[in-house]
Design a protein around this ligand. Structure first.
Ligand code: AMP
Ligand code: GLY
Length: 423
């Protein structure tokens, strides 16, 4: 099999690691990849948003499967362009990707499918939105409808804060077009879990769950980030809860998407709130999570490539996945100043020592190598270090033992990943 993986982050390094271990793999390219993927695959210098160039490359190289990592290429129609060129793509069409690219669309589908989710209303008119806020009061959640680089959601504890978020999005254009429409939502409380299911348009197969630490600071404080760490499996997410989520959320959503003529293929990422009265859907993403993927894939005992092919070919009903009983925990190392203004260019040493730590794996994200091999920071989230072990505590110990071998004064990480589950 000839596979083209699209993306450049830690998630993509982990996907490349799993795909390159497949007994089916022939050649693996990553566009554009990073210094980590370069050790496992061939990096090709094509931007994940350059759909024509990606499709032309895949066609020229007779690629058997295109695997989009991030949402951007899906939102731009990579899966549609692949289909038009007769190429298989493990990801939804642009229309089906609206589950992530439009929060109001997601809520409409959830409502039609009877999926438990926060009460909501969508607004295009700031005055009407303001009146609604005054009516529901705080706490309340204000969301830019479109893709806003993870910055479009404000969980407001006061009405003033909610009104500010509304003005930022609808009147000051803080998120550009993505914020002209807002969704105002009931604020839910509980523990958050990221759950992933593989989908083939008709059938869905549970993949795995992880819990992600979104805030930059220890004790889950400070600004939101893409994710500072994750652990898998989250102890609170029992097999019974997983079965309930499959039955009440994932399968009805797939059925509703198929009914609308936009069947969903790829991986459906359900952001869940485990509320006192049962799991509620916070959001859908149409791709794997970062850093959840780095935490989940080391536990996968089945062949990822076979599973992706089964999803593309409508054969998930006959597919099964095996998982290790081990736990894993991922720690993100970020450049100083992340998320507001990461400082790039600083030298990172010790990654080989970290990767050689027993029970540990190291994935690159925003790194680059000089011609002489010197590794430097080249982004916000720079490395993910994953520990595995018989339980979460052992996984955490392995992860931080590896982190401690990295010498990088220009970077930082949270020291409390997993604390929510471990105390
Ligand atoms: P999103 O960008 O939709 O993932 O939202 C970012 C974060 O906002 C989520 O991970 C939650 O922590 C929080 N959030 C989103 N919706 C709600 C809600 N209805 N109630 C409470 N928190 C929420
Ligand atoms: N870690 C959350 C995400 O990938 O969106």
């Amino acid at each position: 099999m000839r596979v083209l993986l699209v993306g450049a982050g830690g998630r993509e390094h982990a996907l490349a690691w799993a795909l390159s271990a497949s007994p089916l793999i022939g050649r693996l390219w990553v566009a554009p990849g990073n210094p980590g993927t370069a050790e496992l695959a061939e990096n090709v210098l094509i931007a994940p948003t350059d759909i024509p160039a990606l499709v032309a490359f895949a066609a020229r190289e007779s690629v058997d499967l295109v695997v989009p990592g991030p949402e951007a290429p899906l939102a731009l129609g990579l899966a549609d362009a692949c289909a038009a060129a007769g190429l298989r793509c493990f990801g939804p069409t642009r229309a089906a990707a609206a589950l992530e690219t439009s929060k109001s669309f997601m809520k409409e589908v959830a409502e039609a499918a009877g999926v438990p989710t926060a009460r909501w209303a969508a607004f295009d008119d700031p005055a009407a939105a303001r009146a609604h806020l005054a009516c529901v009061g705080a706490p309340v959640v204000v969301k830019a409808d479109g893709l806003a680089a993870g910055k479009g959601v404000v969980v407001a504890t006061t009405l003033a804060e909610a009104e500010e978020a509304l003005a930022d999005a609808m009147e000051r254009g803080l998120h550009g077009e993505a914020g002209r429409r807002v969704v105002i939502e009931e604020c839910l409380a509980g523990e958050e879990v990221s759950f992933f299911a593989l989908c083939d348009g008709t059938d869905a197969l549970p993949f795995a769950a992880a819990a992600d630490h979104k805030r930059v600071g220890e004790g889950d404080t400070g600004p939101n980030t893409g994710g500072m760490g994750a652990y898998s499996p989250p102890p609170a997410f029992t097999p019974a809860l997983q079965a309930e989520v499959m039955r009440r959320m994932i399968r009805p959503t797939l059925a509703e998407m198929a009914r609308r003529g936009t069947p969903f293929r790829g991986v459906l990422f359900a952001g869940l709130m485990l509320a006192a009265d049962g799991p509620k859907l916070l959001e859908y993403n149409v791709r794997f999570g970062d850093p959840e993927t780095q935490a989940m894939l080391p536990r996968l005992r089945s062949d990822l490539l076979s599973a992706m092919l089964a999803a593309c070919d409508g054969e998930l009903a006959r597919f099964d996945l095996r998982w290790s009983a081990e736990a894993s925990l991922a720690v993100v190392l970020a450049a100083r100043g992340y998320p507001a203004a990461p400082e790039t260019g600083s030298v990172i040493e010790g990654v080989e020592d970290a990767a050689a730590t027993p029970g540990a794996l190291l994935f690159h994200a925003g790194t680059r190598r000089d011609a002489d091999g010197t590794l430097r920071a080249a982004g916000g989230r720079v490395l993910t270090v994953v520990g595995t072990g018989p339980d979460l505590r052992a996984a955490r110990d392995a992860a931080y033992a590896a982190v401690d071998r990295i010498r990088w004064p220009g970077g930082f990480c949270r020291r409390d990943i997993g604390a929510r589950a471990l105390g």
